[in-house]
Design a protein around this ligand. Structure first.
Ligand SMILES: *[C@@H]1O[C@H](CO)[C@@H](O)[C@H](O)[C@H]1NC(C)=O
Ligand SMILES: *[C@@H]1O[C@H](CO)[C@@H](O)[C@H](O)[C@H]1NC(C)=O
Ligand SMILES: *[C@@H]1O[C@H](CO)[C@@H](O)[C@H](O)[C@H]1NC(C)=O
Ligand SMILES: *[C@@H]1O[C@H](CO)[C@@H](O)[C@H](O)[C@H]1NC(C)=O
Ligand SMILES: *[C@@H]1O[C@H](CO)[C@@H](O)[C@H](O)[C@H]1NC(C)=O
Length: 435
């Protein structure tokens, strides 16, 4: 149970229950007074916030919510950290369409980025087409700003940026490095991995861009960065500091978590510690367990990040394309041999749980810490063509039986680089510098 400042709790959503529970013990006079204050607070919400000064104001300037209507109430006088301009008023950059663009896409060549792990280098592994590299995301209401690597590097001078999450976030991380590394001479950059942490250093900028493996954000039995393929997954309640201690002092944080929660309809949740001899494990619905992790993340942010200096992003679920019947294809197929986009604008695959998206929307909408939502799910759902499929380094040698049936071993979860995830970073760039 966390302790709140009394002034804060008067207007916090969770306080209503506290008030009601306490009312029998309050004198009728005091209770009436409290109700009156609450009434005034609701009526004059904005002015009331000002009375409490800087601390509350700092919460009100950024996108607390994934929904643009609330973003419009934003106080622009308080400059958002890293902002150099404003996004177009009312433009939802996540709502748009894919446009064929052979001239300006891809943003880099696969062979020019040595940091791409062999699980994502599709050309090197024999992918016959390059069409997936030539799509540009065009929002309906505005244009995306051009990704400017030199602006990114200047902004990161003396700073630390970190991506935290699973292999899909690692893909976005690598794409980000690919987008900026060419401005840095060979001997002034390096990339090293230490267990869960991968660190890219831009020496002349005294900047690092890092990836931290934490597929559930909370502690879990899948935390080993190399050996984590565990079928019976367990996540530990209230354990955010286990990983969070490694995120302290970061200036820009980019979180994701989704894939690892998909182990069925329930999630095994550990109440004690992994060291307990008798482990106390309860089964929560996936949605409840996911909500628990998101709330832990927000609590950690409130206690550890200064919203006046830092920025935090949360990337929504990366969709997969494991069942071609979802888009009206032949039964038994998947992303293998797909080279075109899904053109159904309302398409949503069966692998992608709407209920989890609802949890994300709900938790972020209520968040008191500024956190910018990267809503990449819908736009990525159209991209059945962009997965690594069979064109990647395999973990283990394939059997003759598998080789005879490529659909059986196609990876329809991860994405080729260059490709779709460069767009996620263009969106991150847009929200970071033009919020
Ligand atoms: C994410 O973006 C899609 C496409 O614009 C939109 O339909 C959906 O409502 C958004 N989700 C949230 C939680 O904001
Ligand atoms: C990119 O950013 C740099 C540094 O802020 C700036 O000087 C340059 O004009 C920008 N380039 C473009 C094309 O916007
Ligand atoms: C480099 O950046 C770190 C923060 O990441 C800072 O603590 C340190 O003082 C900086 N060093 C120099 C020489 O600027
Ligand atoms: C791949 O798809 C094309 C049609 O788009 C089809 O003609 C071809 O037979 C397919 N190849 C395999 C190996 O399934
Ligand atoms: C478009 O996708 C939606 C959601 O996946 C589906 O319900 C609908 O039938 C699809 N429409 C067409 C024309 O395929």
């Amino acid at each position: 149970m966390q302790i709140m400042k009394p002034t804060l709790s008067l207007i916090s959503p969770s306080s209503s229950t506290t008030l009601l529970r306490g009312k029998t013990r309050l004198s009728p006079y005091l209770f009436t007074l409290l109700v009156f204050i609450l009434f005034v607070a609701i009526l004059y919400g904005e002015d009331f916030m000002c009375i409490f000064g800087q601390q509350l104001q700092s919460y009100s300037y950024s996108e607390n919510s994934p929904f643009s209507s609330t973003t419009q109430r934003v106080k622009r006088e308080n400059k958002v950290p890293f902002a150099v301009g404003k996004g177009e008023e009312g433009c939802d950059v996540f709502s748009g369409r894919w446009v064929w663009d052979e001239l300006t896409r891809p943003l880099y060549e696969e062979s020019d980025c040595p940091y791409i792990q062999p699980q994502l280098t599709c050309q090197e592994h024999g992918r016959p087409d390059k069409d997936y590299q030539h799509w540009r995301w065009q929002p309906h209401g505005c244009d995306l700003p051009q990704f400017n690597a030199s602006l990114v590097l200047e902004a990161l001078r003396g700073k630390k940026m970190m991506f935290v999450g699973d292999s899909l976030n690692r893909g976005q991380y690598v794409s980000f490095i690919c987008l900026i590394h060419q401005l840095i001479p060979e001997d002034a950059k390096s990339m090293e991995t230490f267990d869960s942490l991968t660190v890219f250093t831009a020496k002349e900028y005294n900047a690092t861009i890092e990836f931290y493996w934490a597929p559930f954000l909370l502690e879990s039995n899948s935390d080993n960065a190399v050996i984590h393929r565990i079928s019976d997954r367990i996540v530990r309640k209230g354990s955010i500091n286990k990983h969070g201690k490694n995120w302290k002092g970061v200036d820009i944080l980019v979180f994701n978590t989704y894939l690892w929660w998909m182990t069925g309809l329930k999630m095994k949740t550990l109440l004690g510690s992994f060291d307990d001899e008798e482990k106390e494990i309860v089964e929560l619905s996936t949605e409840d367990a996911y909500r628990m992790a998101m709330k832990s993340m927000l609590r950690w942010l409130r206690l550890n990040m200064d919203p006046k200096k830092t920025r935090v992003f949360f990337t929504s679920m990366s969709p997969s394309h494991g069942k071609s019947i979802d888009w009206g294809g032949e039964p038994g197929g998947n992303c293998y041999n797909q080279t075109t986009l899904i053109d159904n604008t309302t398409y949503w695959g069966s692998d992608c749980r709407k209920s989890v998206m609802e949890v994300i929307g709900e938790v972020l909408r209520k968040s008191k810490v500024p956190i910018t939502f990267l809503n990449i799910t819908q736009l990525s759902s159209y991209r059945r063509d962009a997965h690594t499929s069979i064109y990647k380094k395999q973990w283990s040698p394939l059997t003759a039986e598998q080789l005879a049936n490529p659909v059986s071993y196609a990876d329809c979860v991860h994405w080729c680089l260059p490709g779709l995830q460069d767009t996620w970073n263009e969106l991150l760039f847009a929200k970071l510098f033009y919020p």
